[in-house]
Design a binder for this molecule. Structure first.
Ligand SMILES: Nc1ncnc2c1ncn2[C@@H]1O[C@H](COP(=O)(O)OP(=O)(O)OP(=O)(O)O)[C@@H](O)[C@H]1O
Ligand SMILES: [Mg+2]
Length: 274
């Protein structure tokens, strides 16, 4: 009886911890939305200003030399490209934040027709760019294998995208750790494979990183476990991923891992064709 009570108390403490983390992340996500909207809107305004500059340059073609004119036009085109990138990535960030807000509100996601290969591609590269933004020395060879002409399927897209982001973040971190330990002779590799048949999809994500110790493997999905330093990990990623895959998407997630060889996760999901 005493042991039962102790277990329940521990569970309760952990749930409280998770609930307050949920509130905290919802608060942060909410606050980040505003400055992000500023970034996107000012970038849109600046794009329009560059259009105006282009018009003026075009009107001045007979007053300035052709070389100067060409240079101004090239600069305007580059500026517009840059502005587009700011908008595109800003909007991506907003959509991730919406996902966090939805999750922390505990709302059930809506199933939408989803192009799975594009979703996987987008979130793997989002994770890669996030890692590169923090650490310029980070590099990895990324292999992607998706079936040709896969039809859209009905799925809750933000549940899958958050899971992929968590798994890719972990994999990139793991290959980078091994690279730091072993040096230039080690070639970091990441692979994502998608298979589709009979209204089921199978996603395999592997890395040749540092691997997961047996101790961590035993509690990977169940506890707030992290081996990362403060500020690099909270130990929530796998737990959330497990919940999203099993409860949100009705699927399964399994893994195999060996120290200094790598880790492979397999996700199997049921899905209906649209
Ligand atoms: N692909 C992987 N390779 C090696 N270790 C991994 C891998 N995936 C997970 N791990 C181990 O499992 C631990 C828990 O992962 P989890 O994603 O839950 O938390 P985290 O990455 O530490 O923090 P965060 O909450 O930011 O995701 C990690 O700290 C790491 O030790
Ligand atoms: Mg993680």
């Amino acid at each position: 009886m005493e042991q039962e009570i102790k277990k329940l108390q521990e569970k309760l403490a952990q749930q409280q911890k998770l609930a307050s983390l949920g509130l905290l992340s919802a608060g942060i996500a909410h606050e980040i939305q505003n400055p992000l909207n500023f970034v996107i809107n000012f970038s849109k305004m600046s794009s329009r200003l560059v259009d105006d500059v282009e018009d003026i340059v075009n009107d001045l073609t007979d007053k300035i030399s052709p070389e100067d004119c060409k240079e101004l036009q090239d600069i305007a085109a580059d500026l517009k490209d840059n502005m587009m990138k700011i908008q595109e990535h800003g909007e991506r960030a907003i959509s991730i934040i919406r996902g966090i807000l939805l999750l922390s509100r505990g709302k059930e996601g809506e199933k939408l027709p989803t192009d799975i290969p594009s979703l996987l591609h987008e979130y793997v590269w989002l994770s890669y760019h996030a890692m590169r933004a923090m650490d310029k020395s980070f590099n990895v060879s990324i292999k992607e294998a998706y079936p040709d002409n896969m039809p859209k399927v009905m799925i809750v897209p933000q549940d899958l995208s958050r899971s992929i982001l968590n798994l890719a973040n972990n994999a990139f971190y793991a290959v980078n750790e091994r690279w730091k330990a072993e040096g230039e002779t080690f070639v970091p590799e990441f692979e994502i494979k998608l298979e589709y048949s009979d209204n089921r999809i199978l996603i395999t994500i592997s890395d040749n990183g540092c691997g997961i110790s047996e101790e961590v493997q035993g509690k990977l999905f169940h506890e707030l476990v992290t081996t990362k330093p403060i500020g690099k990990g909270t130990g929530l990623g796998m737990r959330i991923t497990h919940d999203l895959i099993t409860r949100g998407l009705n699927g399964t997630i399994t893994f195999k891992s060996a120290i200094n060889q790598g880790t492979t996760f397999q996700i199997e999901l049921p899905c209906e064709q649209c």
